[in-house]
Design a protein. Structure first.
Length: 340
């Protein structure tokens, strides 16, 4: 009975979860997903993948994947990129796929002070298979036998495609950055049946500050630093009605190791209960040659922790390299962001 209650609760939650976008704990390791203005922000060429497994302790988990490539064009001060996202919710056999093209433009505001403006256009596909649903009308109340016909007038496979748009801007100098992004600007209709079910507008505000702890001893080479000692504080606030969430935390970069911890939730709210969701712990490593890998785990703080959900596991992998003239390697405007 307890397990049945848990599955029913997760089913109800899944309906609201997929009215929201997928969230990554390593949000800066998914830069184009966070903000289209981040395309080309490293002023290198990046190829990255992200994977998130949420609630692995339950039979019905949520899996999310993201892959991207971006490149900076020095001659026109522009970043370009491609992104692919996919999420799967096993209980309702619901999947959401997205492929998008991203562009950003960098403007100089002052000495080593820059503003980036970006946009993204995406093709999205929502697919659900209802052939495995079990209705009460299929169950014989005397024997418990399950029949083939439910009497419900519902198809087995549903699909909805639409075009989506996102925009964002990003300011940075050597040590500070702040960005604002909006996704689903036109709030497209994502309903599987006749009627309106609008994808809510998502707004994200994010930023941070970096402190150099190396005493000036670090040596830059293609944005891979030896002797690096850095402390970075950052935040990411998201609102997608009716939900709001804040990630705030810190990372210590002691090359080649990165250690991080942050809190997810809103400790002060208008509701009777504060929204404490999770504590996230991270370890990352630069493997050399521009290859970085990160792992994080979400430790659930909310009441879902009582259901032994298992939190969430997340892995990011990124390869960065300079594609172009070596003389363009002295970048002074690349972002001082979190690594993961």
């Amino acid at each position: 009975m307890k397990r049945l209650f848990t599955l029913l609760m997760m089913g109800l939650l899944s309906l609201s979860l997929y009215a929201q976008d997928v969230q990554y704990s390593q949000f800066y390791a998914a830069p184009l997903y966070l903000n289209p203005a981040m395309a080309g922000s490293s002023e290198m060429t990046r190829i990255g993948v992200n994977y998130r497994n949420q609630w692995p302790g339950l039979d019905q988990s949520f899996n999310s994947y993201s892959a991207y490539i971006d490149h900076y064009l020095f001659n026109i001060n522009s970043g370009i990129g491609l992104i692919f996202n996919k999420s799967q919710q096993s209980m309702a056999n619901l999947s959401v796929s997205e492929i998008g093209a991203v562009y950003s433009y960098r403007m100089r505001l002052g000495f080593r002070s820059f503003l980036r403006i970006g946009g993204q256009v995406s093709y999205m596909d929502r697919d659900a298979y209802f052939g495995d649903l079990l209705f009460g009308s299929q169950i014989d109340d005397q024997t418990g036998a399950i029949g083939d016909y439910s009497g419900e007038n519902i198809g087995e496979d549903f699909r909805q495609q639409f075009v989506d748009y996102s925009f964002g801007f990003l300011y940075n100098n050597e040590n500070v950055w702040f960005g604002l992004s909006t996704a689903h600007v036109t709030q497209p209709n994502m309903s599987f049946i006749d009627g309106q079910s609008r994808l809510p507008l998502k707004v994200s505000a994010h930023g941070g500050v970096k402190f150099d702890l190396s005493g000036g001893s670090s040596r830059a080479f293609y944005n891979q630093k030896s002797g690096t000692r850095e402390l970075t504080l950052a935040f990411n606030y998201k609102n997608q009605k009716p939900f709001s969430q804040l990630d705030i935390g810190a990372q210590v970069n002691i090359q080649p190791i990165v250690l991080g911890v942050w809190y997810r939730g809103i400790p002060v709210s208008n509701s009777e209960q504060p929204n404490h969701e999770s504590i996230v712990a991270l370890v990352g490593m630069s493997l050399g040659g521009g290859l970085d890998i990160g792992y994080s785990h979400d430790f659930t703080l909310s009441s879902l922790g009582n259901a032994n959900t298992g939190g969430a596991h997340e892995i990011s992998l990124r390869y960065s390299f300079l594609w172009g003239k070596a003389s363009e390697g002295g970048r002074k405007s690349s972002m001082p962001c979190f690594k993961y």
